[in-house]
Design a protein around this ligand. Structure first.
Ligand code: B12
Length: 225
């Protein structure tokens, strides 16, 4: 997966001030706030377009996700990179993310304040061209359901990091079913205690172990590139 994405990005970014933009992904993987800021500023000064900067950010975040999965990065490092990238996303022209026409509502369930994995996922959904409504952490079942209706979501992404909060994923799916809202909605669940078996047991459509595979699954499930 990472190789394909990296190859696509490499092809797309060839001859476009490659030195500056290649440093963006590397600085994200190094989880160094100052370096991330400096490499993005330099790329902008050299008039590299937002579109290419975003591709490079996506590539960097993919590396972070895979680095965590391989045990090459510490969570605290990933948290710094993720939060910093999240804080600068509003600097970019939204059009540069692309728009595949599909909408995702994302959040961490009620009682749970863990946000690093959720935010990593949220940024990667955004940079992959989805319309993303990130409700944050400690989100009530009611707020998830309201947001699904309000934004006419195609996919709901529910994060739970504790065994005691996983049950909220089930409650939300049950409520969606009761209200007749589940039929046209894909529900994806994840978080470190969540498993494929749990996803099946509670009637979720998909489970993914990490952000990189979540993006791939979401794209396949919604039929977008
Ligand atoms: C960092 C951390 C904290 C930080 C959170 C900071 C923050 N802003 O997020 C702080 C210190 C605040 C914290 C607090 C607590 N924590 Co804590 N925390 C962690 C820790 C060490 C890392 C979590 C993390 O950020 N991982 C990095 C990210 C990138 O990984 P991730 O979240 O798993 O996400 C990836 C995948 O899971 C997946 N994914 C995530 N969400 C989704 C959603 C979908 C739809 C999909 C497809 C995929 C997906 O993609 C992500 C990226 O690849 C974990 C240990 C662990 N190994 O998970 C404990 C852990 C989750 N915490 C734990 C506990 C108990 C707590 C506290 C109750 C501690 C306390 N006594 O106060 C409080 C809870 C407060 C609350 N109400 O939520 C326990 C939970 C145990 C359990 N199984 O129930 C853990 C497992 C530690 C442990 N071994 O005991 N914690």
């Amino acid at each position: 997966m990472e190789n394909n994405v990296e190859n696509n990005i490499k092809n797309n970014t060839e001859n476009k001030n490659a030195d500056e933009i290649l440093q963006i992904a590397e600085s994200i993987y190094k989880c160094d706030k100052d370096l991330i800021e400096k490499s993005i500023d330099e790329a902008r000064i050299k008039k590299v377009s937002d579109k290419y900067i975003i591709e490079e950010i996506t590539k960097g975040l993919l590396k972070v996700s895979n680095g965590l999965a391989d045990g090459k990065l510490y969570m605290s490092q990933a948290g710094i990179a993720t939060k910093f990238v999240d804080s600068i996303m509003n600097k970019f022209d939204k059009k540069s993310f692309g728009n595949n026409g599909k909408t995702i509502v994302i959040g961490t369930v009620e009682g749970d304040i863990h946000d690093i994995g959720k935010t990593l996922l949220s940024i990667m959904f955004k940079t992959s061209g989805f319309n993303v409504y990130d409700l944050g952490t400690d989100v009530s079942n009611e707020n998830f359901i309201e947001a699904v209706q309000k934004y006419d979501a195609d996919l709901l992404s529910l994060s739970a990091l504790m065994t005691i909060t996983m049950i909220k994923q089930k409650e939300i799916i049950d409520e969606l079913n009761e209200k007749g809202l589940k039929e046209n909605l894909i529900v994806m669940v994840g978080g470190s205690p969540v498993t494929k078996d749990w996803a099946k047991e509670i009637g979720a459509d998909f489970y993914a172990e990490n952000a990189a595979s979540a993006i791939k699954i979401a794209k396949e499930a919604l039929g977008v590139k």
